[in-house]
Design a protein around this ligand. Structure first.
Ligand code: ZN
Length: 113
């Protein structure tokens, strides 16, 4: 199950960040999960709970923020969501766009005591 290794790497980076705040307990962790990151949010939540169980991070809340796919037009810099899976700029009709959101899987915040 690949969500388990993702949960493990989230826990690793939480510890890394928390190490800079000695003596403060982590209460909540925010993670941005892109719509097409290939991660199953429910499975990730489950695996995260399993990974932190009986550790110092047991009971830490996990806040998964689903991030929709967005594109930025390379011609006019307009940002827009795809329509019918196609990235055509609604502002100038250009078909040259790069994806700027939707694939990410990243820590967004740590709430400390
Ligand atoms: Zn455009």
């Amino acid at each position: 199950m690949h969500e388990l290794s993702i949960a493990q790497s989230i826990v690793d980076s939480v510890r890394e960040h928390a190490a800079g705040h000695v003596g403060r307990r982590v209460l909540r962790v925010g993670v941005r999960v892109g719509e097409i990151s290939g991660v199953n949010a429910d499975a990730l939540e489950f695996c995260f709970g399993m990974t932190v169980k009986d550790t110092d991070l047991d009971g830490v809340g996990l806040d998964l923020e689903r991030v929709a796919v967005r594109y930025r037009c390379l011609d006019c810099a307009h940002e827009f969501p795809p329509v019918d899976f196609r990235a055509v700029c609604p502002s100038c009709r250009s078909e040259m766009a790069s994806m700027i959101a939707g694939e990410e899987l990243a820590l967004s915040y740590l709430e400390l005591e």
